[in-house]
Design a protein around this ligand. Structure first.
Ligand SMILES: Cc1cc2nc3c(=O)[nH]c(=O)nc-3n(C[C@H](O)[C@H](O)[C@H](O)COP(=O)(O)OP(=O)(O)OC[C@H]3O[C@@H](n4cnc5c(N)ncnc54)[C@H](O)[C@@H]3O)c2cc1C
Length: 459
């Protein structure tokens, strides 16, 4: 093979960045290269999570990371995150943002739902604009695309990858290098059940692209001798409107009201943190601990007074609305007496000064001692009609368990890098505990770009 052949499995942000940077590096180095991206989805549905992602990116600006970024990630993971991986991410992020800008991506810094928190930038445009830009650039650069073809196995000879076996019609693509960029196992019911326990198989995928990520790339890499990485009990999951079938119909105002189960009882501290600090635990509780896997977020008219509250609600359906709590309970089909009792007990514990309420930060407006569970912030009584409610379900976005890679995006086996095998994005694990906020897309972009470059150069 005079020409250097690179196969990229997965057509999301990581795969497209890898394909583009492979061709770009080949051109710069005078190497003739053929880059093929294969995806198990049809062309109309390819792109996995990236196609549906609003792509909030954890950077101060396109030129800079926030100081302390790596320390924050390592601390949040309880010391389990590999510092070197996140240092490389931080070091390469500005160059990657400039690379995207050169393709026409513009970044801005809109408010993030309602909550303040770490600095984030976002591409200007509709959901998926980043994915569309990368796809357009990859087509223009001459990337070859194979749709409805899935990676099944890796052929390895003497410690080097020599080809990929693809389906559904069995075939082998011979190649010099492979970049695995085919997501986590969020779309695989058996793997979800195995790693998260009974009930996980019925987790709802948060977007239409999520279900395509069935863990085949992870399994193929592990069979080829890759080590695993990341937290196999970790997933990013968010509370969504249980009635909606739309992509990511999140309802992220719950810290400012109360949440009850189907018996009308509170079951967690809604004010334990800003929504991006509690959404995973909350959504897991809904799915794994509540009858009917449904919770009900309850508010009074004060929600409507929060400036821009709509930013934190992405459901296309209006909330259920009533002039009294018993009427609201009837609309939700939950016991009216217990909802009334729950709200009365909650209201009695809201003894703080409501003037301290600040939706953007933990405001310290905590419930009085004795309320169980407590509400640690934003505890204001629910007393003013109209009363509003959303039924909520947990929806999975991605899993954290994956394959080990080094800072050059090389897949690591027991004795070091596996020759010719690279990986980027969700498939690579690296996350522990709770998802680091607004880092998933960034690492797909940065390590996708590194993987493509190194696959061509043979680093
Ligand atoms: C609704 C939503 C909101 C999000 N918001 C944010 C955010 O604001 N900030 C942030 O940082 N992250 C966010 N994320 C997460 C982030 O977008 C993803 O983690 C990131 O896009 C993953 O990119 P990826 O390339 O690794 O995987 P994907 O984009 O999922 O791409 C994987 C591709 O692999 C293909 N594939 C799967 N299996 C195979 C196989 N066996 N063979 C061939 N192809 C295969 C799939 O069809 C898919 O095209 C969000 C995700 C969703 C769904």
């Amino acid at each position: 093979m005079a020409q250097r052949k690179i196969v990229v499995a997965g057509h999301g942000a990581a795969g497209l960045c890898a394909a583009l940077s492979a061709l770009e590096s080949a051109r710069e180095s005078g190497i003739e290269a053929q880059v093929t991206v294969l995806d198990r989805a049809p062309e109309t549905a390819c792109g996995g999570n990236s196609r549906w992602s609003p792509s909030n990116i954890r950077m101060l600006s396109p030129d800079a990371m926030e100081p302390g970024f790596v320390d924050q990630i390592v601390a949040q993971s309880g010391g389990r995150a590999e510092r070197a991986y996140f240092e490389r991410l931080a070091a390469e992020a500005p160059a990657t943002a400039r690379w995207l800008q050169a393709m026409g991506v513009e970044f801005h810094t809109p408010p993030y739902y309602l909550a303040k928190g770490p600095a984030r930038i976002q591409p200007v445009g509709a959901i998926g604009v980043l994915f569309e830009t990368l796809w357009r650039a990859a087509k223009a650069a001459g990337v070859e695309f194979l749709y409805e073809r899935e990676l099944c196995r890796l052929n390895v000879d003497a410690g080097r990858v020599t080809g990929v076996e693809i389906g559904p019609a069995a075939a082998v693509l011979h190649t010099h290098a492979v970049v695995l960029a085919c997501g986590g196992f969020e779309g695989n019911a058996d793997m979800l059940r195995r790693h998260f326990g009974p009930g996980a198989e019925s987790l709802r995928p948060i977007s239409p692209g999520t279900a395509y990520n069935d863990g085949a790339g992870i399994r193929a890499a592990l069979e080829a001798g890759a080590r695993s990485s990341g937290d196999w009990n970790g997933m990013h999951i968010e509370p969504v409107d249980a009635r909606s079938q739309a992509s990511a119909p999140v309802v992220l105002v719950y810290p400012y009201g109360i949440v009850v189960d189907g018996n009308g009882r509170r079951f967690f501290d809604e004010g334990a943190g800003l929504m991006h600090e509690t959404w995973e635990k909350f959504a897991r509780d809904i799915h794994f601990s509540l009858p009917g896997r449904t919770a009900y977020a309850i508010f009074d008219a004060a929600l409507l007074d929060i400036a821009g509250y709509e930013r934190a609600i992405r459901s296309e359906l209006p909330p259920l609305r009533a002039d009294s709590l018993p009427e609201l309970a009837a609309r939700l089909d939950i016991p009216a007496a217990s909802l009334v009792e729950t709200v009365a007990a909650y209201n009695a514990a809201c003894s703080g000064d409501s003037a301290l309420f600040d939706e953007t930060k933990k405001d310290g407006l905590a419930s009085a001692a004795g309320l169980s569970p407590p509400k640690s912030n934003w505890a204001r009584p629910l007393e003013r009609a109209p009363f509003l409610a959303w039924p909520l379900a947990g929806a999975i976005a991605y899993t954290f368990g994956g394959i080990a890679t080094d800072t050059d995006a090389r897949v690591l086996g027991g004795d070091g890098p596996i020759g010719g095998l690279y990986a980027a994005g969700e498939i690579t694990g690296h996350f522990h505990g709770a998802a680091p906020n607004a880092v998933a897309m960034l690492r797909a972009l940065v390590f996708g770009r590194i993987a493509g470059r190194n696959a061509v150069l043979g680093v």
